[in-house]
Write a protein that binds this ligand. Structure first.
Ligand code: NAD
Length: 379
């Protein structure tokens, strides 16, 4: 590792040196295998709002493969408190204007974009151009075109990209995937998934402002329902039809309040989803040929709970989903292990989101989906 900076090393690793060796079973040169697998990667959080403060930063405290190395904030008053609480040096503190200088900072390996949805693309692309691996919060962006731009920027820069889909690292989700894959109760016939919560308070909050959010319940919670329909069936949908319900137009002035959608999957499998900013619902029900599995709650930070038709409880020790998610991505960068939420997955979900909005606009028309060609399957 002589004469090679950590940044250069990580980039080389990403560009496939280690990946090739791991795939071929060759031993890794330069101590890459042991030394650097143990090294924690530095994460910089961009946007220190509710999710960074309440979940991501605390999740990083106990992570094994990464740590909170830096912050990017537009609110100077937050700097001192974060630096003190998480032992962050001043050199690793940025604002939205000088953010691009992060390129010169070797202690930041990953930039995690935790801003309102309409800002995801800009900051993910700037992070990639700075040579940093990127985690982009869900929904990945506000359009498929923006998802494409993020993916292209990361490919061009030779950096890794992941979407903040914490459920993909959660053991309950993995158990549903196992039941589906191993056909424990036979083939899946029907899936139903709800992801919704009651939104009140400031009607001017960014989540209810279309320019900043790109949409309402569907963009915020609906992506979870789309995801659990997909991992609940083990396949991507082939079409979708959707309906919108508005019962409080004076509060939900600018964004969707409640949406239901029906998806068709290969082999006659049907899925339904419900998402809302005006109801509390959080459940996944998978109906197999010879039984069923249910998670309730299903999409929140946990502890989750579940059961199957044979009377068994689905139960795992509770761990921070955010810690598991960021550790999985750091391991992916270091060792070439699976990226459980790649950019193509975020783009796939945005294709479905756009089809749902199109269906609503066209009076509930069934919109065909051609996701097979993307090569993103069943996860
Ligand atoms: P938040 O409102 O609590 O924080 C938003 C942050 O963005 C704040 O620090 C704010 O200062 C900053 N910001 C910069 N420009 C802004 C602008 N023009 N308007 C409003 N805020 C601005 O939001 P949050 O709950 O932390 O959500 C941030 C992102 O994280 C969203 O994309 C959201 O979907 C995602 N999120 C994901 C999960 C999850 O479970 N994966 C959970 C919550 C939020």
């Amino acid at each position: 590792m002589k004469n090679i900076s950590r940044r250069t090393f990580n980039k080389k690793l990403t560009q496939g040196l280690a990946g090739t060796a791991l795939l071929s079973g060759m031993p890794l040169a330069c101590g890459m295998n042991s030394g650097n697998e143990d090294k924690k990667l530095g994460i910089a959080l961009v946007g220190l709002g509710g999710y960074s403060t309440g979940q991501l930063a605390p999740g990083l405290v106990n992570a094994a493969h990464c740590y909170l190395a830096g912050i990017v904030t537009g609110t100077p008053s937050k700097e001192q408190q974060w630096m003190k609480q998480y032992n962050i040096p001043k050199a690793n503190v940025y604002n939205y204007e000088n953010f691009d200088e992060i390129a010169k900072n070797d202690s930041i390996d990953i930039v995690y974009v935790v801003l309102p949805n309409s800002m995801h693309a800009e900051f993910s692309i700037r992070a990639a151009k700075a040579g940093k691996h990127v985690i982009c919060e869900k929904p990945m962006a506000v359009s498929v075109a923006e998802c494409d731009a993020i993916i292209a920027a990361c490919e061009k820069a030779g950096v890794k990209l992941s979407v903040g889909y914490r459920m993909q690292s959660d053991p309950y989700t993995k158990e549903i995937k196992r039941l589906v894959k191993e056909k424990t109760f036979g083939d899946v016939h029907y899936v139903s998934s709800d992801a919704a919560y009651i939104s009140r308070g400031n009607p001017d909050q960014w989540r209810l402002n279309h320019a900043l959010s790109g949409g309402g319940a569907l963009m915020n919670m609906g992506v979870y329902s789309i995801q659990s329909n997909i991992y609940g069936t083990g396949t991507n949908p082939t079409s979708v039809a959707a309906q919108q319900f508005s019962t409080m137009p004076e509060y939900f002035k600018d964004t969707d309040e409640t949406i239901t959608a029906q998806m068709q999957f290969p082999n006659g499998v049907v899925g339904t989803m419900f998402t809302s900013h005006n109801a509390n619902a959080n459940r996944l029900f998978v109906n197999f040929r010879r039984g069923w599995a249910e998670l309730n709650p299903c999409h929140n930070y946990g502890p989750l709970a579940g059961k199957t038709s044979d009377g068994k409880e689905i139960k795992f020790p509770h761990k921070s989903q955010q810690m598991l998610q960021m550790d999985d991505f750091a391991k992916h960068i270091k060792t070439g292990s699976t990226n459980f939420a790649p950019g193509e997955m975020g783009k796939r979900d945005m294709i479905i989101v756009e089809a749902i909005y199109q269906s609503i606009k066209e009076g509930g028309k069934t919109i065909p989906l051609d996701l097979g060609r993307m090569g993103i399957v069943s996860t």
